[in-house]
Design a protein around this ligand. Structure first.
Ligand SMILES: Nc1ncnc2c1ncn2[C@@H]1O[C@H](COP(=O)(O)OP(=O)(O)OP(=O)(O)O)[C@@H](O)[C@H]1O
Length: 584
């Protein structure tokens, strides 16, 4: 129950609604328990008439009519209260579900990139859907049934004892057997449903990865392997579901058997008492109704226990995420006027999941408004530098300074707000091109959008589409080429008009002519902006104020284009090689 304590704040938040629900439940059960008593009275009246205690048939008829009307009235009222009970308690559980989902989603937004690398997407989705669903069952149905049971028991048994203590004792004989067997069954059900849940998670993750990697699956012709892997996973899942169904199937017959046994006892013992003249016929009828009314709540004890247990496991899984502190914390919300000077002072970065040292004692600086190009072989650490500038990661050693202030002391939201980042592998949402660009500036005008697209040299491509800027991308619509995607995401960064612009190898998929045009536009757009350009091409770097050449996480060369082409090393080699390619 420890994990579920987390939810107490929601009990407090919705206390009035819940309290109302509790009152309504009590009232509805009180009403429902009136019915057996009225039936007892009716049968007793009939018996009294047969025995000559009541002689006037009209009195009997009148009594019976009144009782029937009361039963109908009570049933309607009890139904109405049951409706209200659901409206209060179940609706509250839906509100809690909504709050909890939002809370988890907000936490997902706060958590750092490392968190997403450590946890699989299927698992992240399951916690926000399946697990929250289980927790809702604790808040809604479990609470409602538990309340139902308590009221039915308290009132029902009091009534029974008051009428006939001996018959009540006999009637109760099967109840302990019932509760123990239900409890044992529920435990087995609980264990098996946890396994079923685990397999469901595995299937979700498998499918999610399959859909994301559909291109690879198709192009590598590994359809058969994927189908067979899916089949084997689905088969395991089916086996586990059948295991669960088997115990579930035992549940109902067991209930019917025990209810039948209790009924038999009432009829046998009650019958003997009736023959002995100790009770009237109506009491037997009343008891039979009680037995049927009370057996289900006993069975539900086990069900509720298992619901609470499942909710506990789920809440524990949710808490694991909710209680995780983001690795990248925003220490301050003080606003600052970002100018864009960036300095790396003896910075090293080791990714803690892979233990790879991507950067090793890096020092350089760049003034506000300047452009820096970073070149180097693949894996040399280029992206890692810009990851630190956007504070997607924190340096393991050394300091990154923005405007002379340690980046960890800067307002993170503002820093990211003032940074336009075009990643190596751009991501576009399944939305219109316009909205994908506007993502950089929500209230951008049509002119601003078009200008950004023109600067990114993608406007001509967009207007060629039938729906122009309203063209839907992704799963539901058009698939852009790699180069078009890169340029739409460049437009998204440009429209943001940030202080720091980062282009992480985002011109790799465009031809050199388009690259030239984009670079010319960027030179204009990035005036007064600090710009990072990561590239494998000298053409992207040559106009930069400063060029860094990285090798194995270290700065090998540093300087301007004119300096570096005279220096022996990677840059000169690359320059000569690319010059040769151009001439050929
Ligand atoms: N998020 C990460 N987590 C763990 N290791 C990483 C991560 N990003 C990069 N690395 C590792 O750090 C090293 C440097 O990678 P980085 O992406 O900075 O190189 P790069 O020069 O940008 O390469 P490329 O030109 O191929 O994009 C590589 O060995 C890579 O495997």
């Amino acid at each position: 129950m420890k994990a579920l304590r987390y939810l107490n704040k929601y009990f407090l938040k919705y206390k009035f609604r819940l309290l109302l629900g509790v009152l309504i439940t009590i009232l509805s059960k009180f009403l429902a328990l009136e019915i057996p008593q009225i039936i007892r009275r009716s049968l007793n009246t009939v018996e009294d008439y047969q025995n000559g205690v009541i002689t006037d048939f009209e009195v009997v008829k009148h009594d019976l009519l009144i009782n029937v009307l009361i039963i109908v009235g009570v049933a309607v009222l009890s139904g109405f209260f049951t409706f209200l009970m659901r409206q209060t308690i179940i609706v509250t559980s839906r509100l809690v579900e909504f709050d909890l989902k939002n809370e988890i989603y907000q936490q997902y937004q706060r958590l750092s990139l490392n968190f997403y690398k450590k946890n699989r997407t299927g698992d992240l989705m399951n916690r926000i859907s399946e697990d929250v669903g289980k927790v809702r069952m604790y808040f809604g149905p479990a609470l409602m049934y538990a309340l139902n049971m308590i009221v039915l028991f308290a009132v029902g048994f009091t009534n029974m004892f008051r009428i006939d203590a001996k018959l009540t004792m006999y009637t109760l004989i099967p109840f302990p057997v019932l509760s123990v067997s239900v409890f044992v069954l529920s435990r087995v059900i609980h264990k098996r449903s946890t396994i079923v849940q685990m397999y469901l998670s595995k299937l979700t993750t498998f499918n999610q990865e399959f859909f994301s990697g559909i291109n690879v699956v198709k192009s590598y012709g590994i359809k058969e392997t994927v189908i067979s892997n899916f089949e084997s996973l689905a088969n395991d899942s089916k086996e586990k579901n059948i295991d669960l169904t088997k115990v579930n199937a035992l549940f109902f017959p067991l209930m019917v058997l025990l209810i039948g046994f209790s009924n038999l006892l009432v009829i046998y013992i009650g019958g003997k008492q009736y023959i002995a003249g100790e009770i009237q016929l109506g009491v037997i009828a009343e008891f039979i109704i009680y037995v049927n009314m009370l057996t289900w709540p006993v069975a539900i004890v086990g069900w509720v226990t298992s619901m609470v247990k499942l909710a506990e496991v789920s809440q524990q899984r949710i808490n694991e995420f909710l209680q995780q502190d983001p690795e990248i914390k925003n220490k301050t919300h003080d606003s600052f006027n970002l100018k864009g000077t960036v300095e790396f002072r003896n910075v090293s970065l080791t990714y803690d999941d892979t233990n790879i040292t991507a950067l090793n004692d890096i020092s350089f600086s760049i003034e506000s408004g300047q452009t820096i190009a970073i070149l180097g072989k693949t894996g040399s650490g280029k992206s890692s530098i810009v990851n630190l500038v956007s504070r997607l990661y924190d340096a393991t050693e050394g300091t990154v300074l923005i405007d002379g202030i340690d980046i960890k002391e800067c307002n993170l939201d503002q820093l990211r707000d003032q940074t336009g980042f075009v990643p190596q592998d751009p991501f576009l949402f399944s939305d219109t091109i316009e909205n994908n660009i506007k993502f950089g500036k929500e209230n951008a005008s049509t002119d601003e959008i078009e200008n950004a697209a023109k600067d990114a040299v993608v406007h001509e491509n967009i207007v060629d589409f039938k729906d122009g800027y309203q063209t839907i991308l992704g799963e539901r619509g058009v698939t852009l080429s790699g180069g078009q995607k890169q340029r739409v995401s460049i437009a998204r960064a440009i429209i943001k008009d940030p202080k720091i612009l980062v282009f992480d190898d985002c011109l790799s998929a465009v031809d050199t002519e388009t690259e030239e045009r984009i670079l010319t536009n960027l030179a204009k757009v990035s005036k007064n902006k600090t710009t990072f350009i990561i590239s494998h091409r000298v053409s992207s770097a040559k106009n930069a104020d400063k060029i860094l050449v990285l090798e194995d996480g270290k700065i090998k060369q540093q300087g301007s284009h004119n300096q570096l082409i005279t220096e022996k090393g990677y840059y000169k080699e690359l320059y000569s090689q690319q010059l040769l390619e151009k001439e050929m």
